[in-house]
Design a protein around this ligand. Structure first.
Ligand SMILES: C[S@@+](CC[C@H](N)C(=O)[O-])C[C@H]1O[C@@H](n2cnc3c(N)ncnc32)[C@H](O)[C@@H]1O
Length: 182
């Protein structure tokens, strides 16, 4: 993998801070006997709190720096977290995955809409029946509507399990947390 801008950012430990309290609360209410795939896991902000809750965790990111940090911390903490350095646009969803998590990964900037739409569609198609797609998107009417449209236009039926705005205290901003079940 080529170096990415995040390799530089991640020279600062915990660059994105703590997991969002609203995301923590949501996962505390879920059955722990599940495998979660964190697409674009970065330095493992979400991987570690979810592994500590008892979920089986798989993380993927194209930042080698971020993934190496996750590997080393997981070894220290003796947590069984499986990670891969890979491009999420080409990463097949393993069949054992119950929940796909994307945290701060989609933005739907004009130039990225098509690419991100194809990515979401591919995830929705590959996710197993009964599986969850959990997305945190920075608050914004237009981008939230784009995501909703992709889901509505999907050939599968989806139940909304959770939808709310959650706080990102480090950044004084709000995120839209949407969790849907196939
Ligand atoms: C805004 S950060 C979010 C990190 C993490 N989800 C979190 O919330 O702490 C975006 C992450 O996505 C990764 N990323 C962006 N595009 C990617 C791609 N095509 N394949 C794999 N990782 C990617 C970056 O390396 C970075 O770690």
């Amino acid at each position: 993998m080529n170096k990415t801008i995040y390799d530089k950012h991640y020279l600062t430990m915990e660059y994105f801070g703590e997991p969002y309290p609203g995301l923590v609360d949501f996962f505390k209410g879920l059955n722990r006997n599940q495998t979660i795939l964190d697409l674009g896991c970065g330095q493992g902000r979400d991987l570690f709190f979810l592994a500590n809750l008892g979920f089986n965790m798989i993380g993927v990111d194209h930042s080698l720096v971020g993934i190496e940090q996750v590997r080393s911390r997981a070894r220290q903490l003796k947590l069984n977290i499986s990670v891969d350095v890979a491009d999420i646009y080409e990463y097949p969803i393993p069949p054992e995955v119950d929940v796909v998590l994307m945290d701060s990964m989609l933005h739907f900037y004009k130039n990225d809409i098509q690419k991100e739409t194809e990515l979401v569609n591919s995830i929705l198609n590959q996710l197993k029946k009964g599986g969850l797609f959990c997305n945190c998107l920075i608050k914004g009417n237009e981008r939230e509507m784009i995501l909703k449209k992709i889901i509505e236009n999907s050939r599968f039926e989806w139940n909304i399990i959770y939808e709310d705005y959650i706080e990102y205290p480090e950044n004084s901003s709000d995120y839209h947390l949407l969790v849907i079940e196939k």
